[in-house]
Design a binder for this molecule. Structure first.
Ligand code: UDP
Ligand code: MG
Length: 314
């Protein structure tokens, strides 16, 4: 079979402890794969530790290594699009540097790609080293997201996947600034193949996510994927208005028949507070979407590159 080339795309942010270990593990796996030329593209997402100099060092002795270095931290989603913009090979494999995405799967991904699949994604069979709370919230989140949309959302799947040139060309046309790449992978379609793996805890260093950033990602996910929350406020509005109308008729009739005795302070407060809450919530939902429109309409560049180096696939 004719030789093909694949880029291993690795976003890194303050990962000085683990880069060398990652590269040696990766190299051992790549050495066992024949008929494929590899390029390793690190996207340094504005690290403040020694990450960049470690990569520069490695690149001076390894021809396959390329890197882009951002002018500041832009986040993993943008690091990925920057990497995809820069890929020149026939396919890309996106993976984390912390060895939570085992390089041992690369051979299988490439085999499936050669079988004709365009998007070979790794699905977690287990999530070792994650708390019960994180697992349950993730599960419920996917369930809610899936119920709002026709597009198949992939559960327990991260960004670890092989994408054919077709998918790369499709993905780099997505220039939205609040990015939810996981949704885009589903959106583009093409022939997908799932392979299963066990996800281990981080090899070294610390996770860059805390619950706040995860909640933000979750809200970005919903608001960039679907407008269902707007529809929910509409239905809520209709329901509350109808109920209020029925109650109004009842009160008027009662007052006409028995006269008013000026009671009902407690129920009035309950209704006012409840409706106040519902209105604020609906405003918040609208605000989320208006905020997104505002951010997108500024049309700023997605990332800025400060240093750049190209290696040669081999
Ligand atoms: N990462 C990044 N920019 C960020 C945060 C993370 O490029 O702002 C990279 C990080 O270096 C790692 C990958 O994204 O290679 C996944 O991050 P992490 O392991 O912290 O996430 P988790 O596996 O805990 O979801
Ligand atoms: Mg990780």
């Amino acid at each position: 079979m004719q030789s093909r080339s694949v880029t291993i795309l690795v976003p890194v942010y303050n990962e000085q402890e683990v880069i060398e270990l990652f590269l040696s593990t990766l190299s051992a796996e790549l050495a066992a794969i024949s008929d494929t030329a590899f390029e390793i593209l690190f996207v340094n997402d504005g690290s403040s530790d020694a990450t960049l100099s470690i990569i520069q060092n490695l690149a001076s002795s390894d021809q396959r290594i390329s890197y882009l270095s951002f002018s500041r931290n832009f986040g993993k989603e943008r690091a990925m699009i920057a990497g995809l913009d820069a890929v020149t090979t026939d396919a890309v494999i996106i993976m984390d540097v912390d060895l939570q995405d085992p390089p041992g799967l690369i051979a299988e991904m490439i085999a499936e790609w050669r079988n004709g699949y365009d998007d070979v994604y790794a699905k977690r069979r287990t999530r070792n080293g994650e708390t019960w709370l994180k697992r349950t919230t993730a599960k419920q989140y996917y369930r809610i997201l899936q119920s709002t949309t026709r597009i198949q959302v992939q559960q327990n799947t991260g960004d670890f996947r092989l994408l054919d040139r077709k998918c790369i060309d499709a993905l780099i046309r997505f220039r939205e600034s609040e990015r939810y790449t996981k949704g885009m992978f589903s959106w583009i379609g093409f022939s997908k193949k799932e392979i299963l793996f066990d996800r281990d805890p981080r090899a070294a260093g610390e996770t860059k996510w805390n619950y706040r950033s995860l909640v933000n990602l979750a809200i970005d996910g919903i608001t960039s994927f679907t407008t269902a929350p707007l529809r929910i406020s509409t239905f809520l509005g209709i329901f509350v208005s109808l109920a209020a109308f029925v109650y109004l008729v009842v009160i008027v009739a009662r007052t006409l028949i028995w006269g008013s005795d000026l009671q009902g302070y407690a129920s009035m407060m309950a209704v006012i507070l409840f409706l106040g809450g519902v209105q604020l919530l609906s405003l918040g939902v609208i605000g989320e979407y208006v905020g997104r429109i505002f951010n997108e309409s500024k049309n700023r560049p997605l990332y800025l590159i400060q240093h750049e180096h190209r290696g040669v696939p081999q």
